[in-house]
Write a protein that binds this ligand. Structure first.
Ligand SMILES: Nc1nc2c(ncn2[C@@H]2O[C@H](COP(=O)(O)OP(=O)(O)O)[C@@H](O)[C@H]2O)c(=O)[nH]1
Ligand SMILES: [Mg+2]
Length: 400
């Protein structure tokens, strides 16, 4: 059960640099069993304050890793090739790229905040292009992609539903199942757009309005304002926050994060992704160029707090989608049969109940659920009770 993040944006915005930085881990780790068959799919991580420290122990993650009691929980990252205006009509191989996004639970739109390139990613020089335009065009492109998939077969779909007495929300969910549209989501979207009457008579415009809601519900977009190491980048961040108050932005510098992770990987520094500082381990071995680069990075971190790349991932999962991280554990024992302490950490959607969590662990636990225990407080949790971020939960079931 993986969580998938799609990286989107126009060419040269920094998607591949983001992908490279986010998938580069300092520690040797076992591969997460994602079905990785393409080079643009990799494992990134979101940060969770590990539950182990509350119990005075050190965890042994089965997937991901833990540095100084900060747990790095794996997520699947997909680097989608550059999307240009007209992508939904197939421009610049758009349709092929867009279908790479189907399975994404959330999108990170990497924007070149420095405004150095036009919509096609062609270089103009810093500050020459308004990144606000990129924010809008990409959202529109993805909305139109949903609309085109839905409208393409609309008449057939609407009439077919009528003939087989299928509900229209069921037909919509079938048509957009690859995009993770469910019947519930389709039903909500229909009521939000206040569409009624015979779906066969809905206009293309109606279907477009419906598609916007369906896209929002299945592909929320977080904006990563990249290249804030360039002066025009940082200036644009302040302006965009004022101009587009309804959008979630996280400023970042992918190139700086990549440099830090590469230095950590080669043992020059120690750096916990997302932190505001790093420590030089081998100052004697540094050449002048490396010293200068690290000085530049230090100054950047002092000014901006962090490179922002880790914060982008965390914000997408925990702030935008409001997911929570839940650790399975036992009231009497935090160790699994192999002796691993708190080996798992699950990313769960908002409003996950104890029973939902039981099902996520194993269908049998869900089916034969009796009650759950809050391992920290040793209190009972009933099946319909919602879990909280960082809960450690034991499921008591009659499953054999
Ligand atoms: N100044 C600066 N340049 C960056 C940053 N991230 C990426 N770049 C540069 O932007 C260019 C395009 O990056 P790339 O990751 O290939 O973009 P993609 O086409 O979106 O995958 C490359 O020259 C990168 O080195 C950053 O944080 N700061
Ligand atoms: Mg790329």
């Amino acid at each position: 059960m993986g969580f998938t993040i799609g990286l989107v944006g126009k060419p040269s915005a920094g998607k591949s640099t983001f992908f490279k930085a986010a998938t580069l881990a300092e520690v040797a780790i076992a591969d997460y069993p994602f079905t990785t068959i393409k080079p643009n799919i990799g494992t990134g991580y979101v940060r969770v304050e590990c539950a182990d420290k509350d119990f005075g122990v050190q965890c042994n993650p089965r997937f991901g890793f833990c540095l100084n009691h900060t747990r790095f929980v794996p997520v699947e990252l997909v680097d989608v090739a550059g999307l240009v205006p007209g992508a939904h009509e197939g421009k610049g191989l758009g349709n092929q790229f867009l279908s790479d996004l189907n399975q994404a639970d959330v999108l990170i739109h990497v924007v070149d905040a420095s405004g150095s390139a036009n919509e096609l990613g062609e270089s103009l020089g810093a500050g020459k292009h308004d990144p606000a335009k990129d924010v809008r065009f990409l959202e529109k492109e993805i909305d139109l992609w949903y609309a085109s998939v839905l409208w393409r077969n609309w008449k057939k779909l609407a009439r077919g539903a009528q003939m087989t007495r299928k509900k229209i929300e069921e037909a919509i969910a079938d048509q957009l199942s690859a995009m993770k549209v469910t019947e519930d989501i389709a039903l909500d979207a229909i009521s939000e757009t206040e569409l009624s009457g015979n779906p066969d008579s809905w206009s293309e415009d109606d279907v477009k309005r419906l598609s916007v809601v369906l896209r929002k519900r299945t592909k929320s977009i977080l904006i990563a304002l990249n290249k804030i190491d360039v002066p025009s980048g940082l200036e644009n961040v302040e302006r965009l926050k004022k101009e587009l108050p309804d959008i979630m932005f996280v400023p970042c510098s992918c190139e700086t994060e990549l440099a830090l992770r590469e230095a950590a990987k080669s043992g020059i520094i120690s750096y916990v992704p997302g932190d505001s500082t790093f420590e030089i381990l081998k100052s004697d071995a540094l050449n002048e160029k490396q010293k200068k680069a690290l000085d530049f990075i230090s100054a950047f971190l002092e000014k901006n707090g962090s490179t922002g790349v880790q914060q982008v991932l965390d914000a997408a999962v925990f702030e935008l989608l409001k997911y929570i991280a839940v650790f399975p554990g036992g009231v009497n024992n935090l160790v699994d049969s192999k002796g691993n302490v708190l080996p798992d950490c699950f990313l769960m959607p908002p409003k996950t109940t104890a029973k939902d969590f039981a099902y996520a662990l194993h269908t049998d636990f869900g089916k034969h659920f009796l009650y759950a225990m809050d391992v920290r407080t040793k209190r009972r949790i009933s099946g319909d009770q919602e879990l909280k971020h960082r809960d450690v939960v034991e499921i008591i079931s009659a499953a054999k």
